[in-house]
Design a binder for this molecule. Structure first.
Ligand SMILES: *Cc1c(COP(=O)(O)O)cnc(C)c1O
Length: 484
Protein backbone atom coordinates (compact mmCIF):
# COMPACT_ATOMS: atom_id res chain seq x y z
CA UNK A 1 0.00 0.00 0.00
CA UNK A 2 1.23 3.47 -0.87
CA UNK A 3 1.42 5.56 2.28
CA UNK A 4 0.72 9.25 2.62
CA UNK A 5 4.42 9.93 3.14
CA UNK A 6 5.31 8.53 -0.28
CA UNK A 7 3.17 11.17 -2.00
CA UNK A 8 4.58 14.14 -0.09
CA UNK A 9 5.70 17.08 -2.27
CA UNK A 10 7.05 20.23 -0.59
CA UNK A 11 4.46 23.00 -0.69
CA UNK A 12 1.50 20.80 -1.73
CA UNK A 13 -1.60 21.59 0.33
CA UNK A 14 -4.95 19.93 0.98
CA UNK A 15 -6.63 22.94 2.57
CA UNK A 16 -7.07 26.63 1.78
CA UNK A 17 -7.11 28.63 4.98
CA UNK A 18 -8.44 32.21 5.10
CA UNK A 19 -6.01 35.08 5.66
CA UNK A 20 -4.90 35.20 9.28
CA UNK A 21 -6.85 38.01 11.01
CA UNK A 22 -4.95 38.04 14.31
CA UNK A 23 -1.35 39.09 14.83
CA UNK A 24 0.93 36.18 13.96
CA UNK A 25 2.89 34.90 16.93
CA UNK A 26 6.55 35.49 16.80
CA UNK A 27 8.50 32.29 17.32
CA UNK A 28 11.03 34.20 19.32
CA UNK A 29 8.32 34.78 21.97
CA UNK A 30 8.41 31.05 22.76
CA UNK A 31 10.95 29.96 25.34
CA UNK A 32 13.95 28.27 23.74
CA UNK A 33 13.18 24.97 25.47
CA UNK A 34 9.78 24.74 23.73
CA UNK A 35 11.06 25.44 20.22
CA UNK A 36 11.78 22.70 17.68
CA UNK A 37 15.29 22.48 16.35
CA UNK A 38 13.91 21.32 13.00
CA UNK A 39 10.44 21.58 11.41
CA UNK A 40 8.20 18.52 11.93
CA UNK A 41 8.44 16.02 9.08
CA UNK A 42 4.76 16.18 8.14
CA UNK A 43 3.58 14.85 4.79
CA UNK A 44 2.56 17.59 2.35
CA UNK A 45 -0.26 16.17 0.25
CA UNK A 46 -3.54 17.02 -1.47
CA UNK A 47 -6.91 16.39 0.14
CA UNK A 48 -7.41 13.41 -2.21
CA UNK A 49 -4.11 11.84 -1.13
CA UNK A 50 -5.13 12.18 2.51
CA UNK A 51 -8.58 10.67 1.86
CA UNK A 52 -7.06 7.71 0.00
CA UNK A 53 -4.52 7.13 2.76
CA UNK A 54 -7.13 6.83 5.49
CA UNK A 55 -9.66 4.96 3.34
CA UNK A 56 -7.05 2.35 2.38
CA UNK A 57 -5.95 1.99 5.99
CA UNK A 58 -9.58 1.55 7.05
CA UNK A 59 -10.07 -1.18 4.43
CA UNK A 60 -7.24 -3.23 5.90
CA UNK A 61 -9.20 -3.61 9.10
CA UNK A 62 -11.97 -5.97 10.14
CA UNK A 63 -15.08 -4.51 11.73
CA UNK A 64 -18.70 -5.41 12.46
CA UNK A 65 -19.73 -3.67 9.24
CA UNK A 66 -17.37 -5.85 7.18
CA UNK A 67 -17.09 -9.24 8.92
CA UNK A 68 -18.72 -11.57 11.44
CA UNK A 69 -17.07 -10.59 14.71
CA UNK A 70 -17.74 -13.22 17.41
CA UNK A 71 -15.49 -11.68 20.08
CA UNK A 72 -16.73 -13.28 23.32
CA UNK A 73 -17.77 -11.01 26.20
CA UNK A 74 -17.64 -8.02 23.82
CA UNK A 75 -21.11 -8.27 22.21
CA UNK A 76 -20.02 -7.01 18.80
CA UNK A 77 -23.56 -6.62 17.52
CA UNK A 78 -24.58 -4.55 14.52
CA UNK A 79 -24.77 -0.80 15.22
CA UNK A 80 -27.94 0.40 13.43
CA UNK A 81 -27.20 3.40 11.25
CA UNK A 82 -30.22 5.30 12.53
CA UNK A 83 -28.19 5.82 15.73
CA UNK A 84 -25.67 7.79 13.69
CA UNK A 85 -28.35 9.93 12.07
CA UNK A 86 -29.79 10.92 15.43
CA UNK A 87 -26.37 11.64 16.92
CA UNK A 88 -25.56 13.86 13.93
CA UNK A 89 -28.67 16.08 14.26
CA UNK A 90 -27.28 19.61 14.54
CA UNK A 91 -29.42 20.40 17.60
CA UNK A 92 -27.31 17.77 19.42
CA UNK A 93 -24.00 17.67 17.61
CA UNK A 94 -23.47 21.45 17.65
CA UNK A 95 -24.32 22.01 21.31
CA UNK A 96 -21.56 23.63 23.32
CA UNK A 97 -20.92 21.85 26.62
CA UNK A 98 -20.90 25.17 28.47
CA UNK A 99 -24.29 26.45 27.22
CA UNK A 100 -26.11 28.12 30.09
CA UNK A 101 -28.96 26.17 31.64
CA UNK A 102 -32.62 27.15 31.56
CA UNK A 103 -32.57 29.17 34.74
CA UNK A 104 -30.44 31.70 32.91
CA UNK A 105 -33.18 32.16 30.31
CA UNK A 106 -31.67 29.78 27.74
CA UNK A 107 -33.45 26.68 26.51
CA UNK A 108 -30.96 25.38 23.92
CA UNK A 109 -29.76 22.42 25.98
CA UNK A 110 -33.16 21.34 27.35
CA UNK A 111 -33.48 18.62 24.68
CA UNK A 112 -30.08 17.17 25.50
CA UNK A 113 -30.85 17.18 29.22
CA UNK A 114 -34.17 15.47 28.54
CA UNK A 115 -32.33 12.76 26.56
CA UNK A 116 -30.04 12.13 29.54
CA UNK A 117 -32.97 12.08 31.94
CA UNK A 118 -35.00 9.71 29.78
CA UNK A 119 -32.04 7.40 29.07
CA UNK A 120 -31.44 7.08 32.81
CA UNK A 121 -35.11 6.33 33.38
CA UNK A 122 -35.30 3.71 30.61
CA UNK A 123 -32.13 1.94 31.76
CA UNK A 124 -33.35 1.93 35.38
CA UNK A 125 -36.66 0.37 34.40
CA UNK A 126 -35.03 -2.21 32.12
CA UNK A 127 -32.59 -3.33 34.83
CA UNK A 128 -34.64 -2.86 38.00
CA UNK A 129 -32.50 -0.24 39.69
CA UNK A 130 -33.72 2.81 41.63
CA UNK A 131 -31.47 5.24 39.74
CA UNK A 132 -28.85 5.28 37.02
CA UNK A 133 -25.85 7.50 36.33
CA UNK A 134 -24.62 8.01 32.79
CA UNK A 135 -21.37 9.65 33.80
CA UNK A 136 -18.83 6.77 33.49
CA UNK A 137 -17.07 6.60 30.12
CA UNK A 138 -16.67 2.81 29.86
CA UNK A 139 -17.50 -0.41 31.62
CA UNK A 140 -14.32 -0.37 33.69
CA UNK A 141 -15.01 3.25 34.63
CA UNK A 142 -18.48 2.14 35.76
CA UNK A 143 -16.94 -0.61 37.90
CA UNK A 144 -14.62 1.88 39.55
CA UNK A 145 -17.51 4.32 40.11
CA UNK A 146 -19.54 1.55 41.75
CA UNK A 147 -16.76 0.34 44.01
CA UNK A 148 -16.04 3.94 45.05
CA UNK A 149 -19.73 4.19 46.00
CA UNK A 150 -19.38 0.97 48.03
CA UNK A 151 -16.46 2.59 49.88
CA UNK A 152 -18.47 5.77 50.51
CA UNK A 153 -21.43 3.71 51.75
CA UNK A 154 -19.34 1.74 54.27
CA UNK A 155 -17.57 4.92 55.38
CA UNK A 156 -20.92 6.65 56.00
CA UNK A 157 -21.80 3.80 58.37
CA UNK A 158 -18.49 3.84 60.20
CA UNK A 159 -17.65 0.48 58.63
CA UNK A 160 -14.29 1.44 57.16
CA UNK A 161 -12.52 -1.77 58.18
CA UNK A 162 -14.26 -3.48 55.22
CA UNK A 163 -11.34 -3.66 52.83
CA UNK A 164 -11.91 -6.90 50.93
CA UNK A 165 -13.75 -7.33 47.63
CA UNK A 166 -14.60 -10.92 46.67
CA UNK A 167 -14.25 -11.83 42.99
CA UNK A 168 -14.88 -15.22 41.33
CA UNK A 169 -12.00 -16.75 39.36
CA UNK A 170 -13.95 -16.43 36.08
CA UNK A 171 -14.12 -12.62 36.30
CA UNK A 172 -12.95 -10.17 33.67
CA UNK A 173 -9.58 -8.61 34.51
CA UNK A 174 -11.13 -5.18 34.94
CA UNK A 175 -12.95 -6.34 38.11
CA UNK A 176 -9.86 -6.84 40.30
CA UNK A 177 -8.23 -3.82 38.65
CA UNK A 178 -11.18 -1.55 39.55
CA UNK A 179 -11.34 -2.85 43.12
CA UNK A 180 -7.58 -2.34 43.57
CA UNK A 181 -7.69 1.20 42.15
CA UNK A 182 -10.54 1.99 44.58
CA UNK A 183 -8.24 0.92 47.44
CA UNK A 184 -9.53 -2.59 48.18
CA UNK A 185 -7.82 -5.95 48.50
CA UNK A 186 -9.18 -8.63 46.14
CA UNK A 187 -9.90 -12.16 47.24
CA UNK A 188 -10.54 -14.77 44.57
CA UNK A 189 -13.37 -17.29 44.97
CA UNK A 190 -13.04 -20.55 42.99
CA UNK A 191 -15.73 -21.96 40.69
CA UNK A 192 -17.45 -25.32 41.00
CA UNK A 193 -17.11 -28.07 38.39
CA UNK A 194 -20.31 -26.65 36.82
CA UNK A 195 -18.72 -23.23 36.37
CA UNK A 196 -20.64 -21.37 39.13
CA UNK A 197 -19.15 -19.59 42.11
CA UNK A 198 -18.52 -22.09 44.92
CA UNK A 199 -21.02 -21.30 47.71
CA UNK A 200 -19.02 -23.06 50.44
CA UNK A 201 -15.89 -21.12 49.51
CA UNK A 202 -17.97 -17.95 49.50
CA UNK A 203 -19.38 -18.65 52.96
CA UNK A 204 -15.89 -19.30 54.29
CA UNK A 205 -14.64 -15.99 52.87
CA UNK A 206 -17.41 -13.78 54.30
CA UNK A 207 -16.62 -11.68 57.35
CA UNK A 208 -16.95 -8.15 58.73
CA UNK A 209 -13.88 -7.28 56.63
CA UNK A 210 -15.72 -7.86 53.36
CA UNK A 211 -16.97 -4.74 51.58
CA UNK A 212 -18.73 -6.63 48.81
CA UNK A 213 -18.66 -9.01 45.91
CA UNK A 214 -18.27 -8.40 42.18
CA UNK A 215 -20.24 -11.03 40.29
CA UNK A 216 -20.64 -11.21 36.53
CA UNK A 217 -24.16 -12.32 35.59
CA UNK A 218 -24.34 -14.22 33.38
CA UNK A 219 -20.68 -15.01 33.94
CA UNK A 220 -17.84 -15.10 31.42
CA UNK A 221 -18.36 -18.81 30.81
CA UNK A 222 -21.78 -17.83 29.46
CA UNK A 223 -23.63 -19.37 32.42
CA UNK A 224 -26.36 -17.87 34.52
CA UNK A 225 -25.62 -18.69 38.15
CA UNK A 226 -28.47 -20.83 39.51
CA UNK A 227 -27.74 -19.57 43.03
CA UNK A 228 -27.37 -15.90 42.28
CA UNK A 229 -30.04 -14.81 44.79
CA UNK A 230 -28.41 -16.96 47.46
CA UNK A 231 -25.01 -15.34 46.74
CA UNK A 232 -26.53 -11.87 47.11
CA UNK A 233 -28.39 -12.87 50.28
CA UNK A 234 -25.24 -14.30 51.91
CA UNK A 235 -23.17 -11.21 51.09
CA UNK A 236 -25.88 -8.86 52.41
CA UNK A 237 -26.24 -10.93 55.58
CA UNK A 238 -22.52 -10.46 56.21
CA UNK A 239 -22.91 -6.67 55.81
CA UNK A 240 -21.40 -6.48 52.31
CA UNK A 241 -22.76 -5.06 49.07
CA UNK A 242 -23.29 -6.93 45.80
CA UNK A 243 -22.05 -5.63 42.48
CA UNK A 244 -23.14 -7.08 39.16
CA UNK A 245 -20.79 -6.80 36.19
CA UNK A 246 -23.48 -6.24 33.59
CA UNK A 247 -21.32 -6.52 30.48
CA UNK A 248 -23.27 -9.64 29.53
CA UNK A 249 -26.69 -8.04 29.86
CA UNK A 250 -27.50 -8.99 26.27
CA UNK A 251 -28.31 -12.51 27.48
CA UNK A 252 -31.05 -11.48 29.91
CA UNK A 253 -32.52 -8.26 28.48
CA UNK A 254 -36.24 -8.03 29.06
CA UNK A 255 -36.28 -11.34 31.00
CA UNK A 256 -34.73 -10.76 34.39
CA UNK A 257 -33.71 -7.52 36.08
CA UNK A 258 -30.48 -7.63 38.11
CA UNK A 259 -31.94 -4.99 40.46
CA UNK A 260 -34.74 -7.45 41.33
CA UNK A 261 -32.11 -10.08 42.22
CA UNK A 262 -30.91 -7.77 45.00
CA UNK A 263 -27.75 -6.34 43.42
CA UNK A 264 -26.81 -2.93 44.80
CA UNK A 265 -25.05 -1.68 41.66
CA UNK A 266 -24.35 -2.78 38.11
CA UNK A 267 -22.56 -1.28 35.16
CA UNK A 268 -23.91 -1.59 31.63
CA UNK A 269 -21.80 -1.24 28.50
CA UNK A 270 -23.81 0.85 26.04
CA UNK A 271 -21.17 -0.10 23.46
CA UNK A 272 -21.96 -3.78 23.94
CA UNK A 273 -25.63 -4.15 24.83
CA UNK A 274 -27.06 -0.94 23.41
CA UNK A 275 -25.39 -0.88 20.00
CA UNK A 276 -23.10 2.12 20.31
CA UNK A 277 -19.83 1.72 18.40
CA UNK A 278 -16.77 0.24 20.09
CA UNK A 279 -13.43 -1.30 19.38
CA UNK A 280 -9.87 -0.20 19.83
CA UNK A 281 -10.62 1.10 23.31
CA UNK A 282 -13.49 3.45 22.73
CA UNK A 283 -15.59 5.48 22.67
CA UNK A 284 -18.14 3.99 25.01
CA UNK A 285 -20.27 4.59 28.04
CA UNK A 286 -20.59 2.56 31.22
CA UNK A 287 -23.88 3.59 32.80
CA UNK A 288 -24.31 2.40 36.41
CA UNK A 289 -27.62 1.45 37.99
CA UNK A 290 -27.87 1.57 41.78
CA UNK A 291 -30.24 0.44 44.51
CA UNK A 292 -31.79 3.03 46.84
CA UNK A 293 -29.06 2.71 49.48
CA UNK A 294 -26.41 4.04 47.06
CA UNK A 295 -28.32 7.00 45.57
CA UNK A 296 -26.74 9.60 47.90
CA UNK A 297 -23.28 8.57 46.67
CA UNK A 298 -23.90 8.81 42.92
CA UNK A 299 -21.34 10.86 41.00
CA UNK A 300 -22.00 14.46 39.94
CA UNK A 301 -23.60 15.97 37.96
CA UNK A 302 -27.14 14.57 37.99
CA UNK A 303 -30.03 15.57 35.76
CA UNK A 304 -33.12 16.61 37.68
CA UNK A 305 -36.63 17.20 36.35
CA UNK A 306 -38.18 20.35 37.83
CA UNK A 307 -41.82 20.94 38.67
CA UNK A 308 -42.38 22.86 35.40
CA UNK A 309 -41.14 19.86 33.36
CA UNK A 310 -37.79 21.48 32.71
CA UNK A 311 -34.44 19.77 33.21
CA UNK A 312 -31.42 20.91 35.12
CA UNK A 313 -27.98 19.59 36.00
CA UNK A 314 -27.53 19.58 39.78
CA UNK A 315 -24.30 19.45 41.71
CA UNK A 316 -25.41 19.80 45.31
CA UNK A 317 -25.09 16.25 46.64
CA UNK A 318 -22.92 16.40 49.77
CA UNK A 319 -22.35 12.63 50.01
CA UNK A 320 -21.53 12.18 46.30
CA UNK A 321 -18.26 10.49 45.38
CA UNK A 322 -17.69 13.52 43.10
CA UNK A 323 -16.76 13.63 39.45
CA UNK A 324 -15.83 10.57 37.41
CA UNK A 325 -16.00 12.24 33.98
CA UNK A 326 -15.92 15.76 32.60
CA UNK A 327 -19.26 17.43 31.74
CA UNK A 328 -22.10 14.91 31.18
CA UNK A 329 -20.43 11.61 30.28
CA UNK A 330 -20.03 10.58 26.66
CA UNK A 331 -23.12 12.42 25.41
CA UNK A 332 -23.08 11.48 21.72
CA UNK A 333 -22.67 7.81 22.61
CA UNK A 334 -25.56 8.05 25.07
CA UNK A 335 -27.70 9.54 22.31
CA UNK A 336 -27.09 6.43 20.22
CA UNK A 337 -28.05 4.22 23.16
CA UNK A 338 -31.22 6.27 23.69
CA UNK A 339 -32.17 5.84 20.03
CA UNK A 340 -31.64 2.08 20.31
CA UNK A 341 -33.66 1.88 23.54
CA UNK A 342 -36.61 3.65 21.90
CA UNK A 343 -36.31 1.65 18.71
CA UNK A 344 -36.32 -1.77 20.45
CA UNK A 345 -38.78 -1.25 23.27
CA UNK A 346 -39.42 -3.91 25.90
CA UNK A 347 -40.71 -6.46 23.38
CA UNK A 348 -37.70 -5.92 21.16
CA UNK A 349 -35.32 -6.54 24.06
CA UNK A 350 -37.01 -9.85 24.86
CA UNK A 351 -36.44 -10.97 21.28
CA UNK A 352 -32.84 -9.78 21.38
CA UNK A 353 -31.94 -11.92 24.39
CA UNK A 354 -33.89 -14.87 22.98
CA UNK A 355 -31.95 -14.81 19.70
CA UNK A 356 -28.59 -14.04 21.32
CA UNK A 357 -28.98 -17.15 23.49
CA UNK A 358 -30.32 -19.29 20.64
CA UNK A 359 -27.43 -18.32 18.35
CA UNK A 360 -24.78 -19.10 20.99
CA UNK A 361 -26.28 -22.51 21.70
CA UNK A 362 -26.54 -23.27 18.00
CA UNK A 363 -22.81 -22.63 17.54
CA UNK A 364 -22.03 -24.56 20.73
CA UNK A 365 -23.89 -27.68 19.67
CA UNK A 366 -22.69 -27.63 16.05
CA UNK A 367 -19.06 -27.41 17.19
CA UNK A 368 -19.30 -29.83 20.13
CA UNK A 369 -18.07 -32.87 18.11
CA UNK A 370 -14.92 -30.98 17.04
CA UNK A 371 -13.87 -28.84 20.01
CA UNK A 372 -13.57 -29.75 23.66
CA UNK A 373 -16.12 -28.19 26.03
CA UNK A 374 -15.00 -28.14 29.64
CA UNK A 375 -18.60 -27.43 30.73
CA UNK A 376 -21.39 -29.07 28.77
CA UNK A 377 -24.49 -27.29 30.12
CA UNK A 378 -26.41 -25.00 27.79
CA UNK A 379 -25.12 -21.48 27.66
CA UNK A 380 -26.51 -17.96 27.56
CA UNK A 381 -25.13 -15.34 25.12
CA UNK A 382 -21.74 -16.99 24.49
CA UNK A 383 -20.10 -20.39 24.48
CA UNK A 384 -16.59 -21.24 25.58
CA UNK A 385 -14.86 -23.96 23.57
CA UNK A 386 -11.31 -25.16 23.97
CA UNK A 387 -8.53 -26.07 21.55
CA UNK A 388 -7.22 -28.71 23.94
CA UNK A 389 -7.98 -31.59 21.47
CA UNK A 390 -5.94 -29.78 18.83
CA UNK A 391 -2.90 -29.14 21.04
CA UNK A 392 -1.94 -32.82 20.64
CA UNK A 393 -1.04 -31.85 17.06
CA UNK A 394 0.66 -28.64 18.16
CA UNK A 395 -2.26 -26.42 17.13
CA UNK A 396 -3.28 -23.86 19.78
CA UNK A 397 -6.18 -21.45 20.28
CA UNK A 398 -4.04 -18.68 18.80
CA UNK A 399 -3.45 -20.69 15.61
CA UNK A 400 -7.17 -21.34 15.22
CA UNK A 401 -7.89 -17.63 15.68
CA UNK A 402 -5.37 -16.80 12.94
CA UNK A 403 -6.80 -19.43 10.59
CA UNK A 404 -10.26 -17.89 11.03
CA UNK A 405 -8.93 -14.58 9.66
CA UNK A 406 -8.06 -16.35 6.41
CA UNK A 407 -11.56 -17.81 6.33
CA UNK A 408 -12.98 -14.26 6.52
CA UNK A 409 -14.01 -14.11 10.17
CA UNK A 410 -12.80 -11.94 13.00
CA UNK A 411 -11.21 -14.12 15.68
CA UNK A 412 -13.14 -14.99 18.83
CA UNK A 413 -11.76 -14.07 22.25
CA UNK A 414 -8.96 -16.50 23.12
CA UNK A 415 -7.30 -17.60 26.39
CA UNK A 416 -10.15 -16.08 28.43
CA UNK A 417 -11.70 -16.94 30.82
CA UNK A 418 -8.47 -18.13 32.40
CA UNK A 419 -10.06 -21.19 34.02
CA UNK A 420 -10.55 -22.84 30.60
CA UNK A 421 -7.25 -23.96 29.03
CA UNK A 422 -6.87 -22.96 25.35
CA UNK A 423 -10.18 -21.09 25.53
CA UNK A 424 -12.06 -19.96 22.43
CA UNK A 425 -14.91 -17.74 23.58
CA UNK A 426 -17.56 -17.18 20.94
CA UNK A 427 -20.38 -14.65 21.18
CA UNK A 428 -22.39 -14.57 17.95
CA UNK A 429 -25.00 -11.96 19.12
CA UNK A 430 -28.58 -11.77 17.91
CA UNK A 431 -27.81 -9.75 14.79
CA UNK A 432 -26.24 -12.63 12.81
CA UNK A 433 -28.29 -14.81 10.47
CA UNK A 434 -28.31 -18.61 10.48
CA UNK A 435 -26.46 -18.51 7.12
CA UNK A 436 -23.59 -16.56 8.67
CA UNK A 437 -23.47 -18.86 11.69
CA UNK A 438 -23.39 -21.90 9.39
CA UNK A 439 -20.54 -20.41 7.34
CA UNK A 440 -18.64 -19.75 10.55
CA UNK A 441 -19.27 -23.26 11.95
CA UNK A 442 -18.17 -24.83 8.67
CA UNK A 443 -14.95 -22.78 8.77
CA UNK A 444 -14.33 -23.94 12.35
CA UNK A 445 -14.97 -27.56 11.37
CA UNK A 446 -12.64 -27.28 8.37
CA UNK A 447 -9.94 -25.84 10.64
CA UNK A 448 -10.38 -28.73 13.09
CA UNK A 449 -9.95 -31.21 10.21
CA UNK A 450 -6.88 -29.45 8.85
CA UNK A 451 -5.42 -29.33 12.37
CA UNK A 452 -5.77 -33.10 12.46
CA UNK A 453 -4.37 -33.83 8.99
CA UNK A 454 -1.98 -31.01 8.25
CA UNK A 455 -1.27 -28.99 11.41
CA UNK A 456 1.62 -27.08 9.81
CA UNK A 457 -0.83 -25.43 7.44
CA UNK A 458 -2.77 -23.90 10.35
CA UNK A 459 0.41 -22.71 12.03
CA UNK A 460 1.26 -20.61 8.97
CA UNK A 461 -2.04 -18.67 8.95
CA UNK A 462 -2.96 -15.93 8.28
CA UNK A 463 -1.85 -15.65 4.69
CA UNK A 464 -4.55 -13.40 3.23
CA UNK A 465 -4.25 -10.45 5.64
CA UNK A 466 -2.17 -7.26 5.01
CA UNK A 467 0.39 -8.55 7.53
CA UNK A 468 1.02 -12.20 8.34
CA UNK A 469 1.90 -13.81 11.67
CA UNK A 470 3.32 -11.15 13.99
CA UNK A 471 5.98 -11.55 16.62
CA UNK A 472 3.62 -10.54 19.42
CA UNK A 473 6.33 -10.37 22.07
CA UNK A 474 8.48 -8.03 19.96
CA UNK A 475 5.39 -6.00 19.05
CA UNK A 476 4.69 -5.45 22.74
CA UNK A 477 8.27 -4.91 23.88
CA UNK A 478 9.63 -2.89 20.95
CA UNK A 479 6.61 -1.33 19.29
CA UNK A 480 7.18 0.56 16.04
CA UNK A 481 4.66 3.36 16.23
CA UNK A 482 5.31 5.24 13.00
CA UNK A 483 4.06 4.40 9.52
CA UNK A 484 7.55 3.85 8.14
C1 LIG B 1 -16.05 -5.53 28.38
C2 LIG B 1 -16.13 -5.99 29.77
C3 LIG B 1 -15.79 -5.15 30.84
C4 LIG B 1 -15.15 -3.79 30.66
O1 LIG B 1 -15.85 -2.89 29.86
P1 LIG B 1 -15.09 -1.73 29.07
O2 LIG B 1 -16.20 -0.89 28.52
O3 LIG B 1 -14.26 -2.40 28.01
O4 LIG B 1 -14.24 -0.99 30.04
C5 LIG B 1 -15.97 -5.64 32.12
N1 LIG B 1 -16.44 -6.87 32.35
C6 LIG B 1 -16.77 -7.71 31.35
C7 LIG B 1 -17.29 -9.09 31.68
C8 LIG B 1 -16.62 -7.31 30.02
O5 LIG B 1 -16.92 -8.15 29.03
Amino acid sequence: MKLIFDNSVPGRRGVGLPECDVPAMNCADLPESLRRAEPAALPEVSELDAVRHFTLLGRQNMGVDTHFYPLGSCTMKYNPKINERVAALPGFSELHPLLPQLRNGNALCQGALEVLYETERLLSSLTGFAATTLQPMAGANGELTSIMMFAAYHKSRGDEQRKIILIPDSAHGTNPASAAVAGFVCQEIPSTAEGDIDLDELKAALSDQVAGIMLTAPNTLGFFNQNVDEVVRLVHKAGGLAYCDGANLNAILGRIRPGDLGFDAMHMNTHKTFSTPHGGGGPGAGAVGVAKCLIPFLPKSRVVKNAEDTFELCYDFPQSIGYVAPFYGNFSILLRAYTYLLMCGRKGFTRISENAVLNANYVRSRLAPYYEQKYTRSCMHECVLSASHQTAKGVHALDIAKALLDAGFHAPTIYFPLIVPEALMIEPTETESKQTLDDFCEAMIAIAKTAEENPEQIKQCPKSTPVGRLDEVAAARQPVLTAR
